[in-house]
Write a protein that binds this ligand. Sequence first.
Ligand SMILES: Nc1ncnc2c1ncn2[C@@H]1O[C@H](COP(=O)(O)OP(=O)(O)OP(=O)(O)O)[C@@H](O)[C@H]1O
Length: 689
Amino acid sequence: MPRLAIAPDVPRDLDALDRSARRDAIVALRRFLLNTASAPHPERVRNTRDPRVATLRLADRLRGVVVRQRDVYWLLTALPDAEAWSFAQRHRFTVNTAIGVAEVWDAEALDRVEPALRRSAGSTGARLFAHVCDSDLLGLGIDARLVPLVRLITTDANLEALEPLLPESQYAPLLVLGQGGSVAEAWRALDTRVAVPVTSVDVTDLPAALERTPDRAVFVPDPGTLDRILATPHWATFLYPTQHRLAHRELYESPVLVTGGAGTGKTLVALHRARHLAHGGAGRVLFLTFSQNVAGDASAKLDVLVDDPEVRARIEVGNVDRLAHRIVAEAEGRPPLLVGGPDLAALWQEAAHITGDEHSPAFLLREWEQVILAQNLCTVQEYLAAARNGRSVELDHEQRTAVWKAIEYVTERLRASGRRTLLQLAAEASTLLGRTTGDLLDDEGPAREPYRHIVVDEAQDLHPAQWRLLRAAVPPAGNDLFIVGDPHQRVFDTRVALSTLGIKAETHHLTISHRLPQEILSWGIRLRGGNAADGLVDGVVHLFGFRSTHPGARPAVREYASPEAELAGLVNHLREWINDGVPAEEIAVAARTGEIVRGAKAALAEARLAVRVSTLHGLKGLEFRRVALVGIAEGVVPAPETLTPASEDPTARAHDVQRERGLLYMACMRATERLYLSYSGRASPFLPP
Ligand SMILES: Nc1ncnc2c1ncn2[C@@H]1O[C@H](COP(=O)(O)OP(=O)(O)OP(=O)(O)O)[C@@H](O)[C@H]1O
């Protein structure tokens, strides 16, 4: 039986066909897989650079190009006859000598650029790779036939022009060396191309190389798998090498933390990891994300990703608040009551008052959440002795006693009315779990298994009380916690290093955004300030090396004379987008305040533009082709009422400003294609000049 591996271009090529040609091609591929009498036969092509190349006739005037070795056929593309023959003649195929991945070369194009490179090299003695010896190039897997060409490269521009002609496993190390990086740095770049680590490489074994190249080749064991691959998006089948390596490792001895900039595929890695763990069958998998909104999105993606209903049933999707709610409800026999925002605010007002208004309600709330609940301090003695990390205003013994009294006032009132906050619920739930054998974790009945694996998305915004709950919800063992997050996109007030909570995680970092065009990404980095962010990791996470795979349009920033003119401008802009052919459901509009959101909703409803409108927070974890952010004005972003007065606590204020900046940055980073921002009056101070 032939074994078929398909490249990511194949589903795209078939999608571009008319219906009947597509259907014929799929039927032909099914026959090929089943090796029936009517299956297409490999047909030799004259004058190929690689004798293993052949074509398969898939439909009328349509051919698939395959590279064949032993029983394996690597289907690269499906094209009209003449184009398929030309593709087959132009390309050659190799196995990278350093990392063992399969490589595709447009050899004809490389032959064509050689004379130009030789001419430009003749006019200067400068050589971009003069500082690198041949053995280092060869050691990095640079193809022996490419080395003479590399020696002709004189400038960065020469090298950049070669990018589209080279396999990424060749270009990535050359780029680093060309920019003056060391051989060790070039190795690190090459490492991003490794999905399956290898100890020794047999360059003659293409089938083995394909197994190590999951972004370029996926084996199709049966027609059912073929149908699934053709029916699902690229991300469901073809993970990029680092993503694949992270998601598919058999065993992580300790918890894992994957950080990375916006659109680097963290959520996709987390979803693939959940599938991998559920397939392993060692026990239930809990996939947690921050809000119910995003949980719905994750659940839909898992439905696409996991076709076996039994495996899918092992993965539960939720958010941490729901988990806490459920555990407390089950233990207490009824759903817990939550306190509403205005009632809680009133209680903090009263608490500030009874302690002589020495501290503002906001100060007391922060002290409660960031010191007391964060460290699970239960008595005044514990509080008096506790470290107050991140709080810059010193409190002496007497002041701490007064603050404790104020906090006790609020917690007593809550207790008396039987109400709790979500963080209290999380703390309560972890205490309850500590006393059970895990039966509180089960929806369906008592005495079932606790979770065996927890996968956490959007981890940057979890509070220590919530982390303690997650730690209690999964027994410490291999593959217990798989965590992904981006501290630069934090939108709440938590900046906790996992190690301080007893979660010693192995960390990994993703740097390539597959969502954002480079122009939006670069502009966003300027908005964010480019500086490091803390939280999750020990130390800080940098934006260094964060880049995109593709170019695009620069963000459009528009100033208007009045809020009314701004909304009229929004309507016009959205009409242009719709006229460009962008479906309304792929457009999002967002603003910082509920009032501006309401204004935008009314204006868009009147203009009959049915696009999604939300707060900036409401965009968390989502993505849209086009994003419009309105009211990005001074006095609105940052929202003044969320900022601690500098006179009260300058550190808290700096954190508040950074959180608001992170919120706007996160919202900008949702756009896959176009970003539009507008304001009336003066621009938000966060907008880069
Ligand atoms: N392997 C892949 N195949 C196809 N598309 C991908 C792949 N990886 C990432 N992408 C693209 O990048 C987008 C972002 O992926 P994802 O949502 O997982 O990123 P993220 O790092 O979680 O982003 P954020 O932190 O901003 O929420 C995907 O929706 C998809 O468009």
